[in-house]
Design a protein around this ligand. Sequence first.
Ligand code: UDX
Length: 449
Amino acid sequence: MQVTIIGTGYVGLTTGICLAYVGHNVTCLDTDPAKIAMLEAGKCPIYEPHLEELLAEARPRLRFTTSYEQAVPAAQVVFVAVGTPPGEGGNPDLKYVRSAAEGIAKHHTGGFTVVVNKSTVPLGSGNWVHSILLDAYTRTDGKFAVASNPEFLREGTALHDSLYPDRVVVGGDDPQALETLYTLYRPILDQTFEAPVYLPRPEDFGAVPLVSTDLASAELIKYAANAFLALKISYINEIGTLAEKAGADIRQVSKGIGLDARIGTRFLQAGIGWGGSCFGKDTAALVATASEYGLDMPIVKAAREVNRMQRERIVERLLAELKILKGRTIGLLGLAFKPNTDDLREAPAIDIARKLIERGCRVKVHDPVAMERYAKEHPDLATVACATPEEVANGADALVLVTEWQEYRELDWPSVATSMRNALLVDGRNALDKARLTRAGFQYRSLPG
Ligand code: UDX
C-alpha cells in the first residue's frame, strides 16, 4: 500500500520504518528540513535501538520529504503523527495536528484516503480533524475517512513494540477505512514478515489481536491504557512508602503481588516514578477531558500526586543521610527519563537536579546517550557535565542512580566507592544489588528503602 506519515518523531518514524519493513511504500514527511536531510543520509534524528539498521533495510521502500505536494496525492493512508505538546489547562496543544490536516486537504488530488490519528489526541479529535479536512478541501472528487490508531510503543523498545505488539487498536465509523487499516496491518497481525536478525520474534508469539472500535472508544483506549500504567507505578510507590516504614522489602512485595496473573509483574518497579512525554501529559489530559463532562478523576489525580512526591523524596533521603545539603557534591547517574533513550521530557533527573541546586548542592551529571541533548535543552541548569560515571563519583558526597542504564549496573563499584568523599549511594530505581554494593564499601539506600 501507499502510506504517508506526517511527523518523524518517535511514533511517526518508528511506524514509517516498520510499515516499510513489512512491505509497504512509505513516505515520511516532516516540516524540519534538517531531520529530512539526516534521514536521507541514513541517520535517525532520535536515539532508538536498531532504528538505523531497520531504516537501512527498509530504505528501498522509504521516501523522505518536506513537501505535502509530494507526500499526499498518492497516499491511500496518511498517518498524522505530529507532536502534541502540553497546552493550556491540561489539554494537549493541537496546532501541529491542525496544520497537518490542512496540508492533507490542500494537496489531496482525489480518491479515497484514510487519515489516521496516531498522535495521542483528546476524545473527539477524530471528528475535529474531519471537520478541518472538509473546511480546507477545495475539490469535490475526493473522500476522507478519519480513523484512530493509538500507539502503544515504548521508547527504547519501540521497534519490538511495533513489530510484535500485544494488540492493534483501530477505531473509526467508516467500514471502508477500517478495512483499509486491516489490510495495512495484516503482515503484523499475521506475523508474515521475516523477523530482523537483531529483533527476533519472541518465542511462541502468535497472531496479534485486532481491536476494531468506533472512533471515540479507540481515542479513550489510548488514554485509559497510559493512565492505568501510570497509576500501577504510583500504586507500587505508595505501597513502597508504607513498606519502608514497616520494614518490608518492596522488591519482594512487587514480585509477590505481580505473580498473581490478574495483577501482572510489569510496571510494578518502585522508585523515583514515571517521566517521559506520555504519562504526565496523558493523565493531565484525561483529568481535563473528564472535567469538561463535570467529572472528577480522583484515582488519576492521586497517581499524579504520588509521582510528584517521589521526586521530593529523593531530596529528603539525601538530606536525611547527609544532614546538610548546602555545599555537598551530589552525582546523578542517568538523565534520560528511562534507559535506552535520550529523551529528557519530564525526566525526573532534571527536577531532582534543580531541587538540589536550589538547596545549594553542586550537582554532577552523566548519561550514556543524553548528554548532547541535555546540553542543548537545559543550558540554564548549573550542573557539571561529566564524560563518565567515574568522573561523576570522583569526590562526591553521594550518588543517586536516577536512570537504570545497563552500563551503571556493570560499574566497578569498589573503585567507584573509593574515589568518593563519602560513599553513599541512593538507588532511585531499586535496580542494584544491595549486598554487592554494601560489600563494595557503599552505604546503600534505595527509594523506597
Ligand atoms: C509509555 C507507554 O508505556 C506506551 O505504551 C505509550 O505508547 C507511551 O508511553 P514510554 O513513556 O516510552 O511509554 O515509557 P515506559 O516504558 O512506559 O516508562 C514510562 C516511565 O515509567 C519511565 O520513566 C519509567 O522509568 C517508569 N517506570 C516504568 C517505573 O517507574 N516503573 C515501572 O515499573 C515501569
